[in-house]
Ligand binder design. Structure first.
Ligand code: KIV
Length: 281
């Protein structure tokens, strides 16, 4: 099957729902791609999921480049989107272009950044530089301090209208898709019906053009997943039980068994025993 491009994603709007998921390393990128995912997001959630951080704020460009490289090494059919971490695009247009460029050099095929009207000048500059941009509005986790936590957005009309205006501004600035996080479903519906680019929801209901989830939430690897995440597997239990079994087998001399090791010729072994005065056991 052909490589998925930004153009393919745009064309999917209104025709086929877009399935996007995060991945941060080679092995999982291979697996989610094999499953047929459309977009792999190397999200800055990597800081919390893979590095045990309390928020995404400390995530650096070096972190993102490292993980984008690992995912790109899987050469997925899916479109690879690299997240721009906090402070990699806020300071100036120049910094935004340079940092987005580093993600592309690492193997990303588009970048995602958080924010509405306040980041429009950065998005325009990136698109002018030939860098495809995915927007991210509603709950923007890099701004959780000013938002007052990871809270629901757009329940009241004033906040709903601000998010809708953000979406329109992003569309005008040239984004190819917009992630809408943790808004009232109706807000996401109005946006989806009023912009030409695809909307991809996380915790914002069923009316978007696609959905995105954090891989570790979906696989049941996260201790405290957000309320909107659905657990499709209980990998945490599978991992713990497998490692328990391994510990048990090691302690009880059940591992390794014959198929997991090899031996030398008997004559060579005898010679070794003679030389090293070892016992024949
Ligand atoms: O970093 C991330 O995983 C994200 C998704 C939650 C959309 O931005």
């Amino acid at each position: 099957m052909d490589k998925i491009t930004v153009r393919d994603i745009i064309k999917m709007k209104g025709k086929k729902k877009i399935a996007m998921i995060t991945a941060y390393d080679y092995t999982f990128a291979k697996l989610v791609d094999e499953a047929g995912i459309d977009i792999i997001l190397v999200g800055d959630s990597v800081g919390m999921v893979m590095h045990g951080l309390d928020s995404t704020i400390p995530v650096s460009m070096d972190d993102m480049i490292h993980h984008v490289k690992a995912v790109a090494a899987a050469k997925p059919r899916a479109l690879v989107v690299g997240d721009m971490p906090f402070l990699s695009y806020e300071v100036s247009v120049e910094e935004a272009i340079r940092n987005a460029g580093y993600l592309l050099k690492a193997g990303a095929e588009a970048v995602k950044l958080e924010g509405g009207t306040e980041v429009v000048n950065k998005i325009e500059a990136l698109v002018n530089a030939g860098i495809p941009v995915m927007g991210h509005i509603g709950l923007t986790p890099q701004r959780y301090l000013i938002l007052g936590g990871y809270r629901r957005r757009g329940r009241k009309i004033v906040e709903a209208e601000k998010i809708i205006e953000d979406a329109k501004a992003l569309e005008k600035a040239g984004v190819f898709a917009i992630v809408i996080e943790f808004t009232a479903a109706e807000v996401a519906k109005v946006i989806t019906e009023n912009v030409r680019v695809p909307t991809i929801c996380i915790g914002s209901g069923p009316y978007c053009d696609g959905q995105v989830l954090v891989l570790h939430d979906l696989l049941g690897l996260t201790k405290n997943p957000p309320p909107f995440a659905k657990k499709y597997a209980d990998l945490a239990n599978i991992v713990v039980n497998a490692v328990k079994k391994y510990i048990d087998e090691v302690r009880n001399n059940m591992f390794p068994s014959k198929e997991h090791y090899f031996t030398m010729r008997k004559e060579d072994y005898m010679e070794l025993l003679k030389k090293y005065n070892s016992s024949n056991q």
